[in-house]
Design a protein around this ligand. Sequence first.
Ligand SMILES: NC(=O)c1ccc[n+]([C@@H]2O[C@H](COP(=O)([O-])OP(=O)(O)OC[C@H]3O[C@@H](n4cnc5c(N)ncnc54)[C@H](OP(=O)(O)O)[C@@H]3O)[C@@H](O)[C@H]2O)c1
Length: 230
Amino acid sequence: MSARTALISGANRGIGAAIADRLAADGWNLSLGMRQPAASPARFAAHHIAHFDSNAPGCEKIWVEAALSRFGRIDAVINNAGIMIPRTVIEVSDSEMQSMLDVNVLAPLRLVRAAWEPLCVSGKGRVVTVISLSGKRVKFASSGSYSVSKFAALALAHAIRHAGWDKGIRSTAICPGLVATDMAFGLTDMSPGDMTPPEDVARIVSLVLDLPNTASIAEIPINCKIEESY
Ligand SMILES: NC(=O)c1ccc[n+]([C@@H]2O[C@H](COP(=O)([O-])OP(=O)(O)OC[C@H]3O[C@@H](n4cnc5c(N)ncnc54)[C@H](OP(=O)(O)O)[C@@H]3O)[C@@H](O)[C@H]2O)c1
């Protein structure tokens, strides 16, 4: 029997690349979605590399078809690609807000819809969405508009959980605080060594993917520093 197959969006760098490394070590077949496949890291050469741009509706269907024709099955979708525009809800422009909703909410929804049938066929389909603690609480005014998109993404993860439960699909929202990637480096002067390493987020994703249908986790908040509620 062929190995389980996972699709990972935004797999070229940051958390997505760490998840790809981890799942490769776990023995998964990988189909890695990225905006610039030609610039894919050399270590991913053995994996299936696909074009995926969250702002190009339709590319997710082509990606899913290509992954199916390469591996014959899809067992997991990892919605990882995301953007953060640090604006308060008062400052943010309509187009900036729309961009965050497009990339953080609508594109993951389209990707899961495109992969729905093979995920159902799997009987143990998994959807993991990298959200954020900003999907759980509004921490700063400047992250407020990002939180609006990530609260919506969290609702999407729960909605997928309900829609897919009877088909064996389990959906989990991963909600990290600061993770040591380009995104966080641009937002804070906190030392990267004090942030959650992306490899540790990947370990948690790996665990979630291996849990049986009878031990599903809806949300996992991840902290690198203590907060009032997390
Ligand atoms: N870092 C943190 O502190 C943190 C904390 C909580 C949650 N998160 C979430 O974790 C996820 C991964 O973020 P990261 O920390 O790894 O950030 P990152 O290093 O900035 O990487 C973001 C990834 O998303 C991709 N992406 C952005 N816009 C895209 C688009 N229009 N179409 C397709 N791909 C697109 C990027 O591709 P390109 O290389 O082409 O730009 C890149 O692969 C995001 O959903 C983010 O919101 C991050």
